[in-house]
Design a protein around this ligand. Structure first.
Ligand code: 9MR
Length: 449
């Protein structure tokens, strides 16, 4: 017993440093995005990283979204790094998680020029071999998840910006017909899955989206199985195409479904309240455009938190592109999505949030802190409440006046830190005891703006 305790305390010591719990001020009870989307018959999805699907990340991924897309786990380089040696662990984990949470899965992606295994990229294949490799890959992967993956991005990013075909392993080896061959193989492997072609910079009407339009029109005319078009929507603040809805509509008018598959809206970092407010307006605009067209299946964001976004690494100096900040606090964009999906509890301007974290933990005690931060709003006084579910007891607090009665903790501002300006933050700390486990509580923030 004793040694078990010690073991779990040590494990908590390691993980405790990363524990975070966040609540937006006075919005803890808002309707989850997935319920709003369900009511509209739309998908609100997110790309996810399988290994992160626990704790707060898992709670948000499972609680707010009705669809998941593996960000990387289903790409060829992930599932077959060595020829004939498969690794489905992360993909399986995401599909299992989605099923446990009543979510659809968007499979991403089968035939692409990027993130392929070296053995494939560096091989010297005849066209017949290449075609066989491609169709076998599709049969294996789509077959494995038959009936469990609702939609596949069968072909990803086939076009250049000017609307010519991208010179890829597939195009160079098989010509334009690789696209029809891939779609046909996917249909054979799972006749009930929806099959898409997916690309970026095709959100507005332009040379690239028109090339995509002409392609899918001709595929349909030829009877090639194609169900939809994915508009990735990796957008830049201030550059949402004005023709977005019109473009969605022209694909819909071909008898195809359309999905916004990888939405993010990046800005120069650090963000500020004006840019976050503009971003919210642009998220709203994108979701509105999809809601307005009945054949628009839904919107998937490419990562729901700024802590799990591809942007900062790929575009140094840019980021803040997703609806939740790095501490999992919903940003104005989150509320804009909720509102575009019919929600009514969006704050008119930004928000203040309280973020609880365990900063240090030892076998009997821990030091915690709560950070109150405002973006697009401010506070003149504050109080943070939470309930300790596992017997934790506060012994001492600083920079706030904390009282604990039973499980209920209330911490009010000190005489000198009741004001939190727009763009500013205040932090208070405390020592407390724990035993057995030390879960992060849900905190609520009461405010007067
Ligand atoms: O989010 C993915 C990132 O983790 C990878 O490093 C990157 C490699 O290209 O791919 C990212 O996802 C891409 C997606 O699969 C296709 N459209 C563009 C996305 C961003 O690069």
């Amino acid at each position: 017993m004793r040694s078990l305790r010690t073991g779990s305390a040590l494990a908590s010591l390691v993980t405790g440093l990363a524990l975070l719990g966040t609540a937006p001020a006075a919005h803890a009870a808002d309707t989850p995005l997935r319920d709003l989307a369900d009511a509209k018959g739309k998908v609100i999805g997110t790309a996810v990283t399988g290994s992160k699907l626990t704790g707060t990340y898992g709670d948000i991924a499972g609680g707010q979204f009705n669809a998941l897309t593996p960000g990387n786990a289903m790409k060829w380089g992930s599932v077959e790094p060595v020829r004939g040696t498969f690794d489905w662990a992360e993909a399986d984990r995401i599909v299992d998680f989605a099923e446990a949470h009543g979510q659809q899965v968007r499979g991403h992606t089968l035939v692409w020029h990027s993130q392929n295994p070296n053995w494939l990229t560096n091989g010297n294949w005849t066209p017949a071999q290449l075609r066989q490799l491609m169709t076998d890959h599709i049969a294996t992967e789509v077959g494995r998840y038959k009936g469990r993956v609702a939609t596949w991005d069968v072909v990803n990013e086939p076009f250049n910006e000017d609307g010519t075909y991208r010179q890829t392993l597939w195009y160079n080896g098989l010509g334009t017909d690789y696209i029809a061959q891939a779609l046909t193989a996917a249909r054979a492997a799972d006749p009930s899955a929806k099959l898409y072609i997916n690309d970026y910079n095709v959100e507005g009407i332009n040379a690239k989206s028109t090339a995509l339009y002409n392609l899918v029109r001709s595929l349909k005319e030829r009877g090639v199985p194609i169900d939809g078009v994915g508009l990735q929507a990796h957008l830049i603040l201030g550059q949402v195409p004005s023709t977005l809805q019109q473009n969605i509509q022209r694909f819909a008018d071909l008898g195809l479904d359309v999905a916004i598959t990888e939405l993010d809206i990046r800005m120069r970092t650090p963000s500020d309240s004006a840019r976050l407010a503009q971003q919210a307006a642009e998220y709203r605009q994108v979701v509105n455009a999809c809601v307005a067209v009945s054949r628009c299946h839904g919107v998937t964001v490419w990562g729901f938190t700024d802590s799990d976004s591809w942007i900062p690494e790929t575009f140094p100096g840019e980021g803040a592109a997703t609806p939740y900040d790095e501490n999992y606090a919903p940003k104005p964009a989150y509320y804009a999505i909720a509102e575009a999906l019919g929600g009514t509890t969006t704050p008119p301007t930004g928000a203040c949030t309280a973020t609880y974290s365990v900063v240090n933990q030892w076998n009997t005690g821990f030091t915690g802190q709560v950070r109150i931060a405002c973006e697009g709003a401010s506070l003149s006084s504050w109080r943070v409440n939470w309930s300790y579910g596992a017997g934790q007891r506060i012994s001492q607090a600083w920079n706030a006046d904390c009282t604990q009665s039973g499980t209920a903790v209330r911490c009010a501002h000190a005489s000198y830190n009741g004001t939190v300006p727009d763009g500013g933050s205040v932090t208070f700390g405390f020592n407390a005891s724990w035993s057995g486990s030390n879960p992060v509580p849900t905190v609520t923030l009461d405010r007067e703006i």
